[in-house]
Design a protein around this ligand. Structure first.
Ligand code: NIG
Ligand code: FE
Length: 392
């Protein structure tokens, strides 16, 4: 097995407190040794083991690859007009999802796949090494199943979101649509998916419908995650915690009881915050400080989708989370890496410690703090996935 040593790392973020300082396990003047697809050594430069190849990091920072645990990349079409209208004052209502459903239904599998791959490549260049993506713009058995199948041929983390909104054909029969989503559509999609999700919100699915959808998915072996409390307060977060969902996503409008429930879950249900969404819809930001101070586990993700958040950039989300949501740069970096891994119930990624997967990014900066300090600057200079250099 070939071993590659990266030496002269200015700041190494390991996310392993046993290896370095603080919760990020920071090591200065560090080295990493990659053996095959995993990390063999992470520590001071002086202790680096022998290697076949050596890369001098030039005192740059190295961080775990970003784990983007929430995106919607199985779609076709464009919503520039809706964005323009919104920036002229029209509010975001999630009604535009139907525009994307129309375009997605008429798109070929090749188009769906090409769109997915384009976004994966875009994310990778920006340091994302693991991403989750969802169905939810097909809303028929066939269109949801082909989206799930396209996703599964490229990604491990696929989420069945037949319950994004009620399909147009079922406008007057939402109960009939829930039957479809919990019955034949679930049967067709479950083989491709690891997760089941529902948009629990006024205008989408209420608490009872959401419970029926998530428990049906769980009975098929899928693990729940929930779009919760995005536009209004509601039952989503409490339901997520009760069903031990891996994450409650958005968490923008929370009661004290919601915050308390997330904290008491002890990290079982991660609060996944999506700063790109509030940025792109001119909405009030979720209060990360309140969640962190209560003891909840927080992740940051892009929510990359053509409507509410068309950014694929984790560095951008980190900068916004720090500026607008009360997070420190350290907390935001953790949330975008280890937090995302927790939201996907993964312990092989999101950290750079011996045995972990060699998914990492090098920054053209002396530390990870620059991701927030230098917003909008493309600082990711090299990315390794499973030990292979995939972007430089
Ligand atoms: O996470 N909230 C629901 N779904 C997406 C928005 C999708 C869209 O507008 O197309 C979200 O923000
Ligand atoms: Fe979403």
């Amino acid at each position: 097995m070939t071993a590659t040593a990266i030496t002269n790392i200015g700041t190494l973020v390991t996310n392993d407190p046993a290896l370095g300082d603080g919760p990020l396990g920071l090591i200065h003047d560090a080295a990493l040794v990659i053996e095959g697809d995993h990390i063999a050594y992470a520590g001071p430069s002086s202790g680096a083991t022998a290697a076949d190849d050596r890369i001098d990091a030039g005192a740059r920072a190295v961080i775990p690859g970003f784990v983007d645990s929430h995106s919607h990349l199985l779609y076709a079409g464009d919503r520039t007009e809706e964005f323009n209208a919104r920036m002229s004052g029209r509010p975001y209502t999630a009604g535009g999802i139907q525009t994307t459903v129309k375009a997605t239904r008429t798109a070929s599998n090749n188009t769906l796949e090409a769109n997915l791959l384009r976004h994966i490549a875009e994310m990778r260049r920006q340091g994302t090494t693991t991403l989750e993506t969802k169905t939810g713009y097909g809303l028929s058995i066939d269109d949801e199943a082909r989206a799930a199948s396209v996703a599964a041929s490229h990604l491990d983390e696929v989420t069945y979101l037949g319950a994004h909104v009620v399909a147009p054909e079922f406008k007057d029969d939402p109960a009939g649509y829930v039957d479809l989503v919990t019955g034949p559509m679930l049967d067709a999609c479950a083989p491709y998916a690891r997760w089941v999700d529902v948009f629990c919100e006024r205008g989408a699915f209420d608490g009872d419908q959401a419970r029926a959808i998530l428990t049906a998915g769980m009975a098929k072996g899928l693990i729940p995650r929930v779009h919760a409390n995005q536009l209004t307060e509601g039952p989503g977060v409490q339901l997520a915690v009760e069903l031990e969902a891996a994450s409650a996503d958005h968490c923008t409008h929370l009661t004290d009881a919601d915050v308390d429930a997330l904290a008491k879950s002890g990290g079982r249900t991660v609060a996944t915050l999506l700063p790109g969404c509030e940025f792109s819809t001119r909405a009030v930001y979720p209060d990360a400080r309140r969640l962190l101070d209560a003891g909840a586990t927080v992740a940051i993700s892009t929510d990359c989708n053509p409507g509410s958040s068309y950014t694929s950039s984790m560095p951008f989300c980190i900068a916004v989370a720090v500026r607008e949501m009360g997070m420190t740069p350290d907390e935001a970096l953790w949330a975008a890496t280890a937090g995302g891994a927790a939201a996907l119930r993964r312990n092989d990624i999101g950290r750079l410690a011996p045995g972990a997967r060699a998914d990492l990014a090098m920054l053209d900066a002396p530390s990870h703090v620059h991701l927030a300090y230098r917003p909008g600057v493309p600082l990711v200079t090299a990315v390794w996935e499973r030990g292979t250099l995939v972007s430089a």
